[in-house]
Design a protein around this ligand. Sequence first.
Ligand code: NAD
Length: 415
Amino acid sequence: MGSDDPWEMARLQFHQAADHLSLERGIRDYLAHPYRELVVYFPVEMDDGSVRLFTGYRVHHSPVLGPMKGGIRYNPAVNLNEVRALAMWMTWKSALMHLPYGGAKGGVACDPQQLSKRELERLTRRYATEISVVMGPKSDIPAPDVGTNAQVMAWIMDTYSMHIGYSVPPVVTGKPVPIGGSVGRRDATGRGVMIAAREAAKERAAPFAGSSVAVQGFGNVGEATARLMHEQGCRVVAVSDVFGGIYDPAGLDPHAVLRHLQQTGRVAGFPGATDVSNAELLEVPCDFLIPAAIEGQITRHNADRIKATIVVEAANGPTTPVADEILTRRGILVVPDILANAGGVTVSYFEWVQDLQSYFWTEDEVNAHLERIMVSTFTRVAALARERGVTLRTAALIVAVSRVADALRTRGIYP
Ligand code: NAD
């Protein structure tokens, strides 16, 4: 119960939902385990001619609803249990959003900031080759996550295509637009987080415009979230990256913070703001707290000091189960990761569909479909939470797990 290990967290959350569903033993056991795990140890030639060994992972959690879908993470802390948890969360997220995917996740234990662009490209092409035994446009479709971006996806798509002998855009999503990416994908996760925050404000009958927000992590997701909430009239009072954060109760301009980050490599030192640590950022006075970095940030040690009234989990697994209970007891509304950050996989699905059909949508079409799916899913989850007297997390998991379990029963157990 007390563990902050992400895989234990994910399993505990699953079992809580399974209890609510009175899920039968066999199906429960099957879904509590990963389906397939690939661990690869591969060499990469560094710019100085030396050779370094890296460890990479690709975990498939559930093949029940369709091809496997999930991001690739480049981070020194990546390990098998983390990837397992992230893969399981992807299964629930895709099922919750009614997307025809199973969950997967991948990663390489490395620090991309310490690698040159050429080293990063060689590492990516080798890792892509190693996981190509399971990856494919109809079997397993990666996407960006912590430490990876559209350029990394382009290298994966190119490597896979070179091996097959023709271009295969739908093998990854989150690609650059000129090679088959979707307009709107870059901001999609952050846009979904903004929509989830806005719907949560409605749920609490609180105003959205004029509310204050602190965002931990100013990367793919956190930057877009801060910028889009700023556009909606919210006051972004704090943001951070791995090196630390900045706080200004009068409000920060996310565009100016991004320029500062691009110039200096970090958000700290932004003119006019006070430097704070990542731990301090989580406790600043604000209406919305949006963890958008990594797992295990809101724990038993700080949950009592969170001042926000609504936590929107842009990151996967930022709140430990004990912290979740503390926040709920304190009346803080937590919008769970599998709902809050599902805009990313939803627009990844749109990208995949566009690639398969070679027919591309406008940004207005992408955003309108995302808005509709986010709002309808939020509404459904909030209604179920009220009906059953459970948290939004448990309600979201009940919807997701029951969809996967129903599909499994309908398909039957092979042979
Ligand atoms: P990113 O690498 O683009 O950005 C991560 C940010 O967090 C950076 O600002 C980084 O400096 C900071 N960070 C990294 N380690 C940290 C630490 N130990 N403490 C504090 N800050 C730290 O990653 P991202 O793609 O924005 O992903 C962020 C979170 O959102 C992850 O949990 C990821 O799984 C989740 N997510 C991402 C997507 C997506 O589309 N990229 C979709 C759904 C969920």
